[in-house]
Design a protein around this ligand. Structure first.
Ligand code: ADP
Length: 227
């Protein structure tokens, strides 16, 4: 397995709180990793540190072997836009834009002309079961459809890594299953790695591996396969 993203000895402190106490983690191409653990255990800090949003106080983050945790803010934010895709719990689509323009937005931020960006964005609708919904605004989509548009938007830049923070947190069980199935399968087909924080063991079970975090440390690391 080619390692896409690795964290070595990650430490992060907030005052007297140790959010990460020396975490080692790696993900490869087509690999998916679920991060689980009790509230306050360091899951979000780990995801944000790997994604270059939070800077670690110790350790290293490597993207395809190159350190990214010491990059300057401009380089780091350009890297996040180009090489990472993000899916959050909900509410991150722009309500005034049709679905296809929401998906095209990261491409336009990269300087791709609007028409071409929208054309590229549309290609993601069929694989995510969204055909026919290109012109809908977020308010005209169900929760599951909106999350699938968010997944399309994360994948549109063809990132190396997709980060998902409680991507099914606002969905019912059946919709969660549908969304996580698509998230894991389309990310894998794209050849990207997936790092997902979730509270839901059924959702985590769709990932190749599950990391349990407790008090800023990895307490167990298991391999699951979906039946
Ligand atoms: P989880 O995602 O597992 O709920 P977090 O990574 O959000 O856990 O938090 C881990 C620990 O770090 C907690 O004790 C939390 O209060 C603390 N923490 C997280 N972010 C900050 C911050 N920006 N400022 C101060 N403390 C923080």
């Amino acid at each position: 397995m080619h390692t896409v993203l690795a964290g070595h000895g990650l430490v992060k402190k907030y005052g007297s709180t140790t959010a990460l106490a020396g975490v080692d983690v790696q993900v490869g191409e087509r690999d998916s990793l679920a991060i689980m653990g009790p509230s306050g255990s360091g899951k979000s800090t780990l995801l944000h540190t790997l994604a270059g949003i939070v800077r670690p106080d110790g350790g290293q983050v490597l993207l395809r072997g190159e350190r990214i945790d010491k990059l300057g803010e401009n380089k780091l934010s350009a890297l996040r836009r180009k090489r990472f895709g993000f899916v959050f719990q909900s509410g991150q689509l722009l309500p005034e834009l049709p679905a296809e323009e929401n998906v095209a937005l990261p491409l336009m931020l990269e300087g791709i002309a609007r028409g071409q960006a929208v054309e590229r964005a549309r290609r993601w609708f069929a694989p995510l079961g969204l055909s026919g919904l290109e012109q809908r605004r977020p308010g005209q989509l169900s929760g599951g459809q909106a999350q699938r548009v968010a997944i399309a938007r994360a994948l549109a830049v063809e990132p190396d890594v997709v980060f998902a923070d409680e991507p099914t947190g606002a969905l019912d069980q059946a919709t969660s299953t549908e969304v996580v199935r698509l998230l894991t399968s389309v990310t894998r087909e794209q050849g990207a790695a997936l790092v997902m924080v979730t509270h839901d063991a059924d959702v985590a079970a769709h990932c190749d591996r599950i990391l349990q975090v407790r008090d800023g440390r990895i307490s167990s690391h298991s391999q699951y396969t979906v039946a």
